[in-house]
Design a protein around this ligand. Structure first.
Ligand SMILES: [Zn+2]
Length: 414
């Protein structure tokens, strides 16, 4: 009897202790002392961020380390929402001669995202309505990175060459039906690479956009003579549509900066109308002759993205942080850079639950450092810009889990 009594007492004490411990450690992760930039919530200050499970639990000036199972000391580092890259190519596959559609030239998201603080990518039209489901099964369902997509107005997707010139395969209704079938994954419609002088590809993409209430992302192709950029913005696109490759200097396409280095006046009107300007660096789509005068005229991008594929990632583009570092060294501020890759990117794809550190939101977080030194940044034509600052990713957290930790700062016990 006495023994049983002792056992019960012991059990009660044990349960009580367990309760105290679990109450004390209510957070699975605490990021302490970092400079938090969360543009959506107007935070630009040294703060602590607590995570419980897969969600943000608290953002405050001082959160007790005893309340967390794991503590990351982020002193001297930037803590931001997980970055969003709204222009990537991830439709990996094994079909030859398919350019970025179920092909060898696309790249698997997890191979390049987390090491750059990126937690969400948006494939920019690699698939069309005919093969979006293959893309979903092959890439989206097998990636730890969140993968969303613009689908191409071309039913066969970004197959390259003649396939992307076939107006007969640009079907607004079938595209809209597919978008509506997968509304959470498909963020909009892409039109790209068209070389003819017709407006039909843009107009059909916009028609699909109207049917689905989704934005259109435009790669303005190239026609001879070039189609009018002003007409595109003012007569064909809607507020919220996205002009990617904004700083490209490409034959047969009108640049946003004219031959005399002046920003064309209608570009500001287009911005006022609500057209969004995205970097989409890519292999050939970013030039200092466009970017430097545009930035000097106060024309900064709405969103910064890579246009990553095997053809761009080993050239001037490299990765998201390298592209952001170019803009940092051209004079864009850190808060503006982070906004362009978090809350503004989320706004562009109409997924405003992402790109912020709001309490109860998903805990996608990047911890970044800025290296000081002598660095070189090239553009698509090989012009080199020297810079003194470079962004580096220290830690990436996806849905509350540490998925990348460059120097092991998330590994240690508290
Ligand atoms: Zn692209």
């Amino acid at each position: 009897m006495r023994k049983i009594f002792k056992c019960v007492l012991f059990l009660i004490a044990f349960i009580h202790l367990a309760c105290i411990i679990s109450k004390a450690q209510q957070y699975s992760l605490l990021i302490k002392g970092g400079h938090v930039i969360d543009s959506k919530n107007n935070i630009d200050a040294v703060m602590d961020v607590a995570v419980a499970g897969d969600s943000i639990a608290k953002v405050d000036e001082n959160i007790d380390p005893a309340t967390a199972l794991r503590v990351i000391n982020a002193t001297g580092l930037y803590v931001t929402p997980g970055l969003i890259d709204i222009h990537t190519h991830n439709f990996i596959g094994t079909i030859p001669n398919r350019y970025l559609n179920n092909s060898y030239d696309a790249v698997a998201p997890d191979g390049f995202t987390f090491r750059c603080g990126v937690t969400t990518v948006v494939d920019a039209g690699s698939s069309g309505w005919r093969n979006f489901e293959t893309f979903m099964n092959q890439t989206i369902q097998h990636s730890k990175t969140r993968v969303l997509a613009f689908i191409n107005i071309v039913g066969g997707g970004m197959r390259g060459g003649a396939y992307e010139q076939d107006i007969n395969d640009m079907d607004s209704k079938m595209t809209a039906l597919t978008v509506n079938q997968y509304r959470n994954l498909i963020v909009g419609i892409k039109v790209a690479h068209y070389e003819g002088a017709e407006w039909a590809p843009v107009d059909r993409a916009v028609a699909a956009g109207k049917l689905t209430d989704k934005p259109v992302m435009v790669d303005f192709g190239g026609s001879n003579p070039p189609l009018s950029l002003e007409e595109l913005f003012m007569n064909h696109l809607r507020p919220g549509d996205i002009y990617t490759h904004a700083y490209a200097q490409i034959k047969r396409r009108m640049g946003i900066v004219d031959e005399n280095g002046k920003l064309r006046p209608f570009i500001m009107d287009a911005r006022k109308k609500g057209i969004l300007f995205d970097v989409g660096h890519g292999g050939t789509s970013f030039s200092y002759t466009q970017a430097i005068p545009a930035l000097k005229a106060g024309f900064f991008p709405n969103t910064i993205s890579t246009d990553i594929h095997t053809g761009s990632m080993n050239g001037a583009m490299k990765d998201q942080l390298n592209v952001m570092s170019k803009f940092l060294n051209m004079g864009m501020s850190i808060p503006a850079l982070i906004k362009a890759t978090t809350s503004e990117a989320a706004f562009a794809i109409k997924h405003e639950e992402l790109g912020n550190l709001s309490v109860k939101g998903v805990a996608d977080i990047a911890i970044l450092s800025i290296e000081k030194g002598k660095f070189g940044f090239t553009d698509a034509v090989g012009t080199r810009l020297e810079g003194s600052q470079k962004l580096v990713c220290e830690v990436t957290i996806r849905a509350g889990k540490v998925v990348y930790d460059l120097n092991g700062i998330a590994n240690g016990a508290k």
